[in-house]
Design a protein around this ligand. Structure first.
Ligand SMILES: Cc1ncc(COP(=O)(O)O)c(C=O)c1O
Length: 379
């Protein structure tokens, strides 16, 4: 017995063809594609081919609505709080454009956040970006945020899970500091959604962004934006698209009235193929059981950490297992070379600044963890 919970979920491995030919441990970059998603992609192509533009109104708009509803259900949210965007960067820039920086011109982020989150405000000459440092290069303790957030702060923006260390932030400190200062609290949950439970209200966020590309197994081309119902009306974007207009199909170009719901942050025609593949991924989550998936990822993470320790490997991960997630950084003197050599042996992982980055999903097994560690030792 491996001690990894929910071994019955291994039956889902046949749903992901890549697992038959590769040891695929890179879901934090790109989740594996399922037969379900590929089937949906085929359905989308067939509709395009047989119905042409009428597929838009009769079916594709419905699928886009279904996708928003599925995300809302997964996040304990209302569909009116969800918008689809072409990328997390697009969703973030729409929100960043909605804020008046004349009274408050600071945005507080973490040193460890993904660049695109910070770039939204580095790109604006009217904003001063304040970066909360990490004392260990791995995480940021919740109490640090209060030192950097004050009445000059317009937005506190940070990650739920840091992409470079897998550290799961306790967001309570950042949320409380934002509330006290009257700032907007924005969470980038791209590395959280699909590997830990996400409930934007439970972490007291005003805005939460993620997408289907990674852990949610849905592919690139769409991101999910949640905006707290009570904050939507006060956020008026200064970048716009006809999908965000209240009466989109009246085609008025003499005035712009934004939608009342989060749809006002939409950025043009969505990637319909991704709506289809993303629905496939979300269905698998619902059928396999979200909670089981998260428990399995957590156990596979600890298994991998233990194997790496036994092999004497150095890692950049949280000391507290409660703050770890399925992104494990293993030091290597030649990480890009090791990743390349592993790929030649059909072991797919990634690297970040001196470390091999490995990310097991629920469809992986302890045997694959062992195979990876053995192969890395030879690299
Ligand atoms: C935490 C995080 N945020 C944002 C992004 C980038 O999102 P996008 O390319 O959709 O703008 C990534 C991509 O790896 C990420 O890990």
């Amino acid at each position: 017995m491996s001690g990894i919970p929910h071994p019955e979920l291994e039956r889902w491995r046949t749903e992901f063809p890549i697992l038959q030919t590769r040891t695929y441990l890179n879901s934090c970059s790109l989740g594996a594609v399922s037969r379900r998603s590929m089937g949906y992609l085929g359905e989308y192509q067939a509709l395009w081919n047989t119905m042409g533009a009428s597929a838009w109104y009769e079916l594709w708009m419905g699928r886009l609505g279904q996708l928003k509803q599925s995300v809302a259900t997964m996040w304990n949210a209302r569909e009116t709080e969800i918008a689809l965007s072409p990328s997390v960067s697009g969703a973030l820039s729409s929100i960043a454009s909605s804020i008046d920086y004349r009274k408050r011109n600071r945005v507080v982020v973490a040193e460890l956040d993904f660049p695109t989150l910070v770039y939204q405000w580095l790109a604006r000459p009217d904003v001063e970006v304040v970066r909360v440092p990490s004392h260990d290069g791995i995480g940021v303790p919740p109490e640090r945020w209060a030192e950097y957030v004050d009445e000059r702060t317009a937005v506190v923006a940070t990650s739920h899970v840091f992409y470079g260390t897998g550290y799961v932030q306790d967001l309570s400190g950042a949320a409380a500091a934002a509330r006290r200062a009257g700032a907007l609290f924005l969470v980038d949950g791209y590395q959280a959604a699909g590997q830990i439970a996400v409930d934007p209200r439970a972490v007291d966020a005003d805005v939460y962004v993620a997408g289907p590309l990674k852990w949610l197994l849905g592919g690139p081309g769409i991101a999910f934006l949640w905006v707290r119902q009570e904050r939507i009306a006060e956020l008026r974007p200064t970048i716009a698209s006809w999908f965000g207009a209240r009466d989109q199909f009246l085609f008025r170009n003499d005035e712009l009235e934004f939608r009342d719901d989060a749809g006002r942050f939409s950025m043009g025609t969505p990637a319909v193929p991704t709506a289809y593949t993303a629905l496939g991924g979300l269905e698998i989550f619902a059928e396999a059981g979200e909670r089981k998936i998260y428990e399995r990822i957590a156990a596979l993470t600890e298994d991998l950490v233990q194997l790496a320790r036994e092999a004497g490997m150095e890692m950049k991960i949280a000391a507290d297992p409660a703050r770890r997630s399925g992104i494990i950084l293993v030091r290597h003197h030649d990480a890009p070379g090791a990743v390349h050599r592993l790929a030649q042996q059909n072991v797919i992982v990634d690297y970040r600044a001196g470390y091999v980055r490995v990310s097991p999903h629920f469809y992986n097994t302890p045997d694959e963890n062992r195979l990876f560690i053995d192969a890395l030792q030879r690299c």
